[in-house]
Each structure stands twice: as C-alpha cells, then as structure tokens.
Design a protein. Structure first.
Ligand SMILES: [Zn+2]
Length: 285
C-alpha cells in the first residue's frame, strides 16, 4: 500500500472583510486545523470541508497567534469532535484572553458581526514552547516561537511533505494586503522577517493568515511595506500625539501604492492612536 501523502486544504473567509485563512491538514485517518477563523458562517464552511469533503475526524487545532480573527471560531469548529487538543504558546493564549475581554462586546454587536459572532469562545488547552513537536498520524508539526511581531506572540507551525517545508506562518506576512500595526512590535517583527527569510529555501511554501500562499520573495514585500509605513508615519506624526483624519488619509493613500486592492484597509486605521502609542513604546517612532 502506498503511504498517504498529506494534503493541505485552504479556507479563505470573506465575511466581515477580514479575508482570514484557516488550513486543514489531511492525513491518512484524520484532520488537523491551523487556526479557526472568526465568524459562525466561516466555521460552518470549514466544518463542511471536514465533514462533507474530507470525511475524516478533526483531531487537533494549532493556533498561530492570539488575534480574534484566528481563535474565535475554535468553539464551533471542534464541536462534536470530542476533547481534542487545542495547542498554542502561553503568549498566544494570554493575548487571546485579553483580546476577548476587550473586544468581544464590539465584535458581537450589530455594527460588527452580530449574530455571526460565536456566543462561546474556547481557548487553547495545551500550552507549549518553542521547538515543540507533535505528530498526528504520520504528520509531524514543529512550532517555532518568533515572539512579538504582528501580535504579542507570533508562531509558525511547519510540516514536511515530500521534502518540501510547508510553514503555517500566521500574520507575519499579509501578502499584498494592508497590515495591522496596532500591537506595536515592529522592531522584533522586522528582525524576525529577516530571520525567516534566511532560514527557508526557494521551495518552501508559506501558508499565511491573509492572502495567497507565498514564498520567501514575498517576505521582501512585507519588509518594504512595514519600513515604508513606519517611515511615513514617523514623518507625519513627529512629536504630536497622533494624526488627524486628513493626515491619516494621506498616509493610507500613500500606502495604497503598495497594493493591488484595499483589503484590510479598515484594519490599519483600527485604534490608530493606540497604535501610535504602542509604536512609540517600541522605540520605532
Ligand atoms: Zn489575522
């Protein structure tokens, strides 16, 4: 009998304009999810991929980072699959808890997701550290903790299929979409983009949290986007506490030059003043 070659199934949600991805890794007898999207309707699509298309049980969920568009759907996703592991680092768990406390009221409101926001959220139940390895069937997943980058703790999960590394890279690269700087860890983020770019090779496939799959070349794009954004913001804000509406508009009009679309534009202006503060604390502004 020929061994089953693992298959990666991608799901991209367009609900609520998040364009967030989740991935299902199918092995001989089971399925593992990487991230879980946010909205009930997205999770229903993901579950239908598992139950109607793949037709194998979900045996684990691996989380890349603790932002709401990635963890909020976990409760609905794992329903009926028993007491399965939901795995992340401590940093990812603690950010998921704090973001849930801060934002679930807004995200569940009629102005945001309303009824499409999961009434119950479930958080990781297995906390692991950098270098952790776990196998489901014959597929081995390795966690790398990059520390605070786009979120308070960004991690990657890597598997090897036929000598090609597949890296589930969360939101360290957005792949031609506006990028979220609210958490303010831009210095370490740039450092880790350099590191990831050096570590992998031309055949590596990155499966990111937003946008199409990519290779190491796209990491150059993300670095440029980050450097340009921070440079323009620094000039515009100077010593002022924040930017006014016109200045923010100028910033995003300029940043639009990097992009073929306006995806996630709303996200880059989200909590703008807090973002400026966070970037000041990080020392980049
Ligand atoms: Zn995201």
């Amino acid at each position: 009998m020929i061994d089953f070659i693992p298959k990666i199934h991608k799901y991209e949600s367009t609900v609520g304009m998040f364009y967030v991805n989740a991935f299902l890794v199918e092995s001989a007898n089971s399925v593992v999810a990487i991230d879980a999207t946010l909205a009930n309707s997205s999770v229903a699509d993901l579950r239908s991929m598992i139950n109607d298309k793949i037709k194998k049980p979900l045996v684990g969920v691996l989380l890349t980072h603790g932002h709401p568009d990635h963890y909020t759907g976990i409760a609905e996703l794992i329903k009926g699959f028993g007491d399965i592991p939901v795995i992340s680092t401590e940093g990812t768990l603690s950010q998921a808890h704090s973001r849930d406390a801060e934002e679930s009221g807004y995200l569940g409101s009629p102005n945001a997701f309303g009824q499409d926001y999961p009434a119950v959220r479930v958080f990781p139940n297995q906390i692991v550290k950098d270098g952790f390895k776990v196998s489901f069937d014959d597929v081995e997943f390795t966690l790398e903790d990059l520390g605070p980058c786009e979120s308070d703790d960004d991690t990657t999960w890597t598997i090897n299929i036929d000598n090609v590394e597949h890296v589930f890279s969360g939101d360290i690269v957005y792949n031609y979409m506006h990028t979220f700087f609210r958490d303010g860890h831009s210095a370490n983020w740039l450092k880790q983009l350099d590191y990831v770019q050096q570590k992998y090779n031309i055949n590596t496939v990155f499966h990111g949290g937003h946008g199409a799959d990519y290779g190491i070349e796209t990491i150059y794009w993300q670095k440029s986007y980050n450097l340009a954004f921070l440079r323009l913001l620094k000039e515009l804000v100077g010593e002022k506490p924040t930017l006014n509406t016109e200045e923010q508009q100028l910033l995003f009009t300029r940043m639009q030059q990097f992009l073929p679309n306006t995806n996630l534009l709303f996200l880059s202006g989200w909590q703008f003043d807090d973002m400026v503060n966070a970037l000041r604390i990080d020392g980049i502004l």
